[in-house]
Design a protein around this ligand. Structure first.
Ligand SMILES: [Zn+2]
Length: 161
């Protein structure tokens, strides 16, 4: 399995995603990851840094075990990214009472390139957090290493909604 790079997430942003996941339990929550992508390191893929997470509405009919983004959510996330001078790096969602691994449904509905962070919630308490990227041929999700960082010195000012 080839390396897919890494995703750096500040502690406060990781906690923000975990809180969102717990608040929406037992439904799945979802949101966007904004940040920046550093130049490729040889053999290691691109390193990404998350600078902001944006909660979005889960529009799936059965939100207990699925999440689905509407085109308008994607446009909104892209607009937030532009306003924050960030890139739209990917998406996060929660897995209530299941592991932080992508489901078959996740794979079928995923786009290449984006990072997909999954937060596991076990009986209402936040659990494991993992990140994944879809293989270029869409056959599988590949794990993406999450690097936790302590502070968020680059956090942009808040974005008006
Ligand atoms: Zn999922």
């Amino acid at each position: 399995m080839s390396a897919t790079g890494s995703l750096r997430i500040g502690r406060e942003l990781a906690e923000q995603m975990a809180r969102h996941a717990v608040e929406d339990y037992p439904r799945e929550c979802c949101g966007a990851l904004l940040g920046r992508e550093a130049a490729d390191e040889p053999g290691a893929g691109a390193a990404r840094e998350v600078l902001r997470v944006v909660p979005l509405a889960n529009r799936q009919d059965s939100p207990r075990n699925r999440f689905l983004l509407a085109a308008e959510d994607v446009r909104e996330a892209e607009r937030f990214a532009r306003e924050a001078r960030c890139e739209l790096l990917g998406w996060y969602h929660s897995h209530p009472d299941s592991p932080a691994r992508p489901s078959e449904y996740d794979r079928e509905n995923a786009w290449p390139w984006y990072s997909y962070v999954i937060v596991s919630v076990a009986r209402g308490a936040p659990g494991e957090m993992a990140s994944w990227r879809l293989a270029d041929d869409r056959s599988a999700f590949l794990p993406e290493k999450i690097e936790a960082s302590g502070a968020d010195p680059h956090l942009p000012a808040s974005i008006p909604r």
